[in-house]
Design a protein. Sequence first.
Length: 270
Amino acid sequence: MVAKSPMLLFDSRALRRHRARAANLPDAPDFLVMEAAETLADRLDDVRRRFPYALDLGCRDGVMTRAVKGRGGIEYLVSADPASEFAARAPRPSLVCEAEALPFAPGSFDLVLSNLVLHWTNDLPGALIQLRQALKPGGLLLASLFGGETLTELGSALMEAELEIEGGAGPRVSPFADLRDLGGLLQRAGFQEPVVDGDRIEVTYPDLPALMRDLRAMGESNALIERRRGLTRRATLARAGELYRRNFPAPGGRIRASFQVISLTAWAPA
């Protein structure tokens, strides 16, 4: 029997382009990335053991490495990112790779850290299996990813505007994983003692263009394979801005955007 390939949702080339663009911006907004990294790093303080060999998957410019500095007994940390531009800016040793094609021998690491990159994985169950295999027996996975309550306001405003102006709508926001499903995925991947929790972070912006600029600068633009190609009509964007401001207002005439950051903690079998 031939195993079915996972349904491809994301364009990996587009994702690499988006991360490369973010890497080349001198003042890219990284407040969400930093907050998620600190949350993962804080969990090391609760574990009474050392993790000499660690992997930082989705390293960006080393934000996770900076967050864990001096924690967990890490002596040797490998930085890895899907974009070569980020890998070049990260602490060495560094390399280019994706969660679905890890180039490491089984049992290479005591600790795998992955901060806000797994939500772009086409085959998340398969990626989790590879991460578990890359861990030594009794190794620890600490990961974060955006969850299903992320950017619901943006998706709603864009869809309503496209239906109203253009008579049809294409996918604009990624189908993020549901928090309730991730514990089961970790167990299916062979992890033990999975803990999954989420934080909802609300950010306000002056308007819709400002939100979309921040998403591009973070490397979080739409990378869906079925995304609509070409520029969005000005009338559609203008109407989306009006709907967003009407339906999701924030104090001071601003708009609000929600990000659900899900944190995963799980152990490879000892």
